[in-house]
Design a protein around this ligand. Structure first.
Ligand SMILES: Cc1cc2nc3c(=O)[nH]c(=O)nc-3n(C[C@H](O)[C@H](O)[C@H](O)COP(=O)(O)OP(=O)(O)OC[C@H]3O[C@@H](n4cnc5c(N)ncnc54)[C@H](O)[C@@H]3O)c2cc1C
Length: 306
């Protein structure tokens, strides 16, 4: 902490000795893109989260949660205020009987699916290839055409930023839609999910099939955030982009994946501006060739570089 650093930094460091300042956010995203976060703090319990929000409230600092960072493009100017990460209690998975499982917001979906499979709980297999944490995946209603996380939700535990209390939201108070949900303004702590009983061996076999299918069709070994655009009703973005002649197209360090044209890869030290140039080009060309206006699935967050 430098001498000229604002007073809140010292206060934060005292409360959270692990807090990092001016930390490159690229390391927290699957794109490996993103400018610095003023502060990055990991909370391990609700008590720590409450402490953090009290300080943030007092100092009027925005608090921005991230999970696996697999659906966001953080711009090159980074994020002002506090970037919030979850660990400790938030990585717990509890089987509570009646085919139900509670999973903390920082639990990674592939691990959750495998744990459920080992318990003979069936249904979540389509989520095995989604590299997201439970929190971010609930915000996005992550899934595939074979099933979405929202399908299994009984209730979601949130933290109210104003009252600083935990709130349990039952399913009927949450709207899940295609790659979006009404949870986007909430801080999510975890969720209670309900699956179906099944045969362990069959479930594990299904998990394996979903994993293999993904390896065949998606560029899983490059830096990317999965699908950049939402599929418009009745269309596949990958096909529209290919028809617009942009499969493999490069802008700076970013390129349209040669394997799946709805993926943009950080191919060679890309900046967020490179990805955004490619996004604009794809939108323009697809509109010209098909008349369709594409809507972003990935979230663009943070500030442009000065
Ligand atoms: C190779 C690859 C394949 C993919 N395939 C799929 C797929 O098949 N289907 C699919 O749906 N997605 C897919 N994705 C996109 C991505 O994995 C999902 O959207 C995932 O659910 C995002 O979870 P996350 O934890 O990474 O969220 P993040 O990217 O970290 O965050 C997403 C949003 O959620 C918010 N958020 C995160 N945690 C919390 C919290 N605890 N409380 C409140 N808000 C929070 C963030 O602020 C942000 O707005 C893929 C991505 C990659 C890289």
């Amino acid at each position: 902490v430098s001498r000229r650093a604002p007073a809140w930094r010292g206060e934060l460091k005292r409360l959270f000795p692990g807090a990092k300042f001016d930390d490159p956010l690229s390391k927290y995203t699957t794109y490996r893109i993103g400018g610095p976060g003023d502060a990055v703090v990991t909370v391990r319990s609700v008590t720590e989260l409450r402490r953090l929000l009290v300080l943030a409230g007092k100092r009027r600092l925005p608090v921005f949660p991230i999970g696996w960072g697999s659906n966001m493009l953080i711009r090159d100017g980074g994020i002002r205020g506090i970037v919030l990460r979850f660990a400790g209690d938030f990585t717990k998975v509890r089987f509570v009987g009646g085919n139900r499982v509670w999973a903390g917001c920082a639990v990674r979906l592939p691990q959750l699916v495998i744990k459920c499979a080992q318990r003979g709980l069936q249904g979540a297999e389509p989520l095995v290839g989604v590299p997201g944490c439970v929190g971010g995946s609930l915000v996005m209603n992550a899934g595939t055409r074979f099933g979405e996380i929202g399908d299994f939700v009984i209730s979601v535990d949130c933290f109210d930023r104003v009252t600083r209390q935990e709130v349990n939201l039952p399913r009927n108070r949450i709207r899940f839609r295609y790659r979006s949900s009404s949870l986007k303004k909430r801080l999510i702590l975890g969720a209670l999910l309900e699956l179906k009983p099944g045969n362990k061996v069959d479930i594990i076999e299904t998990v394996r099939k979903f994993q293999q299918q993904r390896l065949k069709t998606q560029p899983v070994h490059s830096f990317n955030v999965g699908s950049v655009f939402k599929n418009p009703p009745g269309h596949f973005v990958a096909k529209l982009v290919q028809e617009a002649g942009l499969k493999g197209h490069v802008e700076g360090g970013a390129r349209v994946s040669p394997k799946h044209a709805n993926f943009i890869e950080n191919h060679d030290h890309a900046l967020a501006t490179d990805v955004l140039r490619l996004v604009r080009l794809i939108r323009r060309k697809v509109r010209e060739t098909s008349g369709i206006a594409l809507e972003l699935e990935m979230k663009v967050v943070g500030e442009a570089a000065l």
